[in-house]
Design a protein around this ligand. Structure first.
Ligand code: SD4
Length: 338
């Protein structure tokens, strides 16, 4: 019988250990409940035009709405703006004259949805949200994404506005692919210029302290057909971890994808860095592997932590971001390496 006694003793010990473990898990999840800070709700987004997008998000946040609803509504503003040539309707096309959109969305529970190379649908972000909510998948691309959108009631539209078409035709004469670092004239595009830094990335914390993010773009102008940037890639163009914070990016997507930029920024915040320092370290990672190329391209990161603190950093001067909370409404120039 000694063996049996040993077994009973062992199972008893195991049960106690399991119980303790269960208790400590329970307390961990209590600890990770949303922390409501004096800064929530708050919404931040990339570039100057983020201010009008923030206003739409704020309408939801101020009524104690959900961060996920706020970021979707916010980025829908530039998506529908025909004068914004880097997002949604009026976005500059690829080199074949096709407007292809990239977008993704992520909520407080690691749920995410994305569309890549989607044509003919203005609100790519809402299609991405439907992918998240109505399918077992995270990403739909190309014709599959379009068919899914149409089956879900989205309207097929021509996204190539006369103004964008004119710019594309002017570019065709030279057909040179050289992305501009920043556009000095936010909405003005000189014939032949490649103005491509207007992706909107938006991060919000709602009144319960939950975080969500959205990112939507027509991508780099005059790209090869089928090219996908960082914006719809979860971890690259956007990442949200409700215990730590959220980050988004803008600029030349290839450089961001290489370092899985937004995920990197969130993980650096997990290690204790402030949002601005985490963004700076991610930019330095890009510099480290390619110092020569880094002089010629723009990349900017924007981040927020669970305390509602925010910050940004870019390779080049010129990156701006907009902030709206209960006690501030501002647009800031990001610090930059150069
Ligand atoms: C892309 N990151 O497709 C996007 C472009 C962009 O501001 O951010 N423009 O690579």
């Amino acid at each position: 019988m000694p063996d049996r006694r040993k077994f009973v003793k062992l199972s008893l010990l195991t049960s106690v250990a399991l119980l303790i473990n269960k208790r400590s898990n329970a307390s961990t999840s209590t600890d990770s409940q949303p922390v409501v800070t004096k800064d929530s709700p708050i919404v931040i987004s990339t570039w100057d035009f983020g201010a009008v997008a923030n206003a739409a998000a704020w309408d939801i946040l101020k009524k104690k709405g959900r961060a996920l609803d706020a970021v979707e509504a916010g980025v829908m503003i530039p998506e529908a703006d025909p004068d914004n040539h880097s997002v949604g309707l009026g976005g500059l096309p690829d080199r074949d004259g096709r407007v292809t959109l990239d977008a993704c969305i992520m909520d407080e529970n690691y749920r995410c949805g994305s569309v890549m190379c989607l044509e003919h649908i203005v609100h790519a972000i809402s299609v991405a949200r439907k992918v998240m909510e109505n399918t077992p998948h995270v990403i739909l691309a190309g014709d599959g994404a379009l068919q899914f959108a149409l089956a879900n009631g989205f309207k097929k539209e021509n996204l190539l506005t006369p103004a964008s078409e004119k710019l594309w035709k002017a570019w065709l004469k030279r057909s040179q692919y050289k992305p501009e670092i920043n556009s000095e004239n936010k909405y003005q595009h000189l014939p032949g210029d490649i103005h491509n830094h207007d992706t909107i990335g938006m991060l919000a914390m709602d009144s319960t302290g939950n975080l969500s993010g959205a990112c939507t773009t027509s991508g780099l102008a005059y790209k090869m057909h089928g090219r996908v940037g960082d914006s719809p890639v979860i971890g690259a163009g956007l990442f949200v971890d409700n215990e730590i914070g959220a980050a988004t990016s803008t600029g030349v997507g290839e450089e961001v994808i290489r370092i899985v930029g937004s995920h990197l920024v969130v993980e650096l915040m997990r290690q204790g860095l402030s949002p601005a320092d985490a963004c700076r370290k991610a930019v330095e990672r890009i510099l480290k592997y390619n110092p020569v190329k880094s002089k010629e391209v723009q990349v900017g990161f924007l981040a927020m932590n669970k305390k509602g603190e925010y910050g940004a950093f870019a390779l080049q001067p010129g990156f701006t971001y907009a902030v709206k909370s209960g006690h501030e409404e501002n647009t800031y120039a990001s610090k930059s390496y150069y």
